[in-house]
Design a protein around this ligand. Structure first.
Ligand code: NAP
Length: 162
């Protein structure tokens, strides 16, 4: 199963200057809980943006067109190579961004784990448009802002309609 996980603003904002929109420890905890023990797949810019690499307790896969090796990650050069990896996986994989990788895999995803941040942000990358005819909301949880988390958020799970 292919899962996509992302935290987005009210207008699908994803990031700015190769960084996340904001620091939300509650969402990072959610991300860690869902992805730990799984394979995570990301674009090279998202890899570069990680403050701590590789993401621990996860197999890190990085998509790039460059012929490079990366310490702590498996490098792949094409979408097809990723599909080969996914086929061999016994567990779910998580597509963790950024914008160009979400765009590539949204048509093939089975589940979307979206953290909807209740705010607008200045952004230079956006999550691709979701065709809600194809998806149903299977779970939704509201988490109120607090002293450590500046914004209200919704954890939304969308499942592809069969
Ligand atoms: N809000 C969230 O949940 C979230 C999650 C993740 C990332 N982000 C944000 O998203 C932004 C990064 O997104 P982005 O779209 O700029 O970059 P990205 O998707 O992380 O990485 C783009 C790179 O991936 C490689 N790539 C893309 N398509 C490819 C293909 N078909 N074949 C081979 N390689 C391919 C290329 O690497 P090379 O240039 O090395 O060839 C390309 O430059 C940052 O602001 C980050 O903070 C947000």
């Amino acid at each position: 199963m292919i899962n996509i996980i992302a935290a987005i603003g009210e207008n699908n904002e994803l990031g700015y200057k190769n960084n996340l929109l904001c620091y939300l420890p509650r969402d990072l905890k959610h991300f860690k809980e869902l992805t730990s023990g799984h394979t995570v797949i990301m674009g090279s810019k998202t890899w570069e943006s990680l403050p701590k690499k590789p993401l621990p307790n996860r197999k890190n896969i990085v998509l790039t067109r460059k012929n490079i090796q990366i310490d702590g990650a498996e490098v792949v050069n094409t979408k097809d190579e990723i599909f080969e990896i996914i086929k061999k996986e016994e567990k779910d994989v998580f597509i963790i961004g950024g914008a160009s990788i979400y765009e590539l895999f949204l048509p093939y995803a089975d589940k979307l784990y979206l953290t909807k941040i209740v705010s607008n942000f200045f952004a230079d990358v956006w999550f691709p448009t979701i065709d809600y005819e194809k998806w149903e909301v299977s779970d939704i949880e509201f988490v109120s802002k607090d002293e450590k988390n500046e914004y209200d958020i919704y954890f939304k799970t969308l499942t592809k309609k069969r």
